[in-house]
Design a protein around this ligand. Structure first.
Ligand SMILES: NC(=O)c1ccc[n+]([C@@H]2O[C@H](COP(=O)([O-])OP(=O)(O)OC[C@H]3O[C@@H](n4cnc5c(N)ncnc54)[C@H](OP(=O)(O)O)[C@@H]3O)[C@@H](O)[C@H]2O)c1
Length: 290
């Protein structure tokens, strides 16, 4: 049994995935723009992830743009049957590397076709609609036309399951009236816990919650409490942060990102780490201090 198997499994629609997966964003160049610094090293991270039991990879065509999807295809196709690739649409990159909305029906249709081509797939397991009303966090506004378009692409057989990203509770409710939503991908980690109540609500309804920036994102988490716990347990702070997420709720699926095989192995080993209730209580203090 690989350590990833010890993270348990959860459903993304009709797909079952290990709860510890991998997010491919860090494989593109600096600022998630352009090619990786070391192409072979980036491909090696993907192969190592799958070799270690990862069967859930998160990506998007706007990483690069088009860089991570092409890398995934090159490194991993033909894909193992149990691999679930989740992509995102709803944004595009400006020439200056900016993140811009791409939210019209035509742009959404084009994005699904681009993802299919670049990943070398006939159907995409899960497509998350990434809401861009606020680039850095959820902002209210109707997403009815966009979810309706995605539901149409699902009916046409191009998309197996639909998810939402960077969304408010009201937007999730609006989306669920149009089609089945299998996952929500919002920012959440030990220090950033705005979705605490939402996670519990989604768990009750059997919807996966996939935190982005599980390690803090571009500025990985730093906390003396976290470091102290890690030292006592003989683990690293990043492993403790991931183990905490795994124990936080059974519907949480992890997609930590890294461009390094060493960090990847370290992160996947977090599935072996069990935190006591005393340690969990202590770690609650990290969010209060943040
Ligand atoms: N829906 C959205 O809007 C959205 C937004 C952002 C991200 N995402 C998805 O979420 C995934 C995860 O987010 P993320 O990669 O941005 O952030 P993250 O997983 O929180 O952290 C990644 C950062 O942590 C570093 N890191 C990883 N493992 C480490 C370790 N063991 N020790 C020390 N540093 C470590 C990485 O650097 P190294 O490369 O040096 O390891 C990188 O700087 C992405 O890959 C992407 O698929 C989605």
């Amino acid at each position: 049994m690989s350590s990833v198997d010890k993270s348990g499994t959860y459903k993304l629609g009709d797909r079952s995935v290990n709860r510890l997966g991998y997010g491919a964003m860090q494989l593109a160049g600096k600022g998630v723009f352009g090619p990786p610094k070391d192409h072979d090293a980036a491909a090696a991270v993907l192969r190592e992830a799958v070799a270690n039991g990862v069967n859930h990879i998160d990506t998007s065509d706007y990483y690069g743009p088009y860089v991570t999807n092409k890398l995934i295809r090159e490194a991993l196709a033909p894909y193992p049957d149990d691999l679930t690739i989740v992509t995102k649409i709803g944004a595009r990159r400006g020439e200056d590397a900016s993140w811009l909305p791409a939210f019209t029906a035509d742009e959404l249709e084009q994005a699904v076709h681009d993802n299919l081509r670049n990943l070398g797939l006939e159907v995409i397991d899960v497509v998350n609609l990434r809401i861009m009303f606020g680039v850095h966090g959820p902002a209210e506004g109707s997403i009815e036309p966009q979810v309706t378009k995605l539901a149409e692409l699902q009916r046409r057989g191009l998309v197996r399951h639909v998810g939402l990203s960077n969304v408010t509770r009201a937007q999730i409710a609006e989306g669920r009236k149009i089609c089945k939503i299998v996952c929500v991908q919002n920012q959440y980690n030990l220090a950033h816990r705005g979705d605490d109540a939402l996670i519990d609500e989604l768990a009750r309804d059997g919807i996966a919650y996939v935190p982005f920036f599980p390690l803090g994102g571009f500025n990985p988490l730093q906390s003396s409490t976290l470091s102290g716990v890690a030292e006592r347990l003989g683990a690293t702070p990043m492993q403790v942060a991931l183990a905490w997420l795994l124990q936080r709720s059974p519907n949480i699926l992890l997609i930590p990102g890294t461009s390094s095989v060493g960090h990847l192995r370290e992160n996947l080993a977090a599935a072996e780490l069990k935190l006591s209730s005393d340690v969990l209580r202590e770690l609650d203090g990290v969010a209060k201090a943040a």
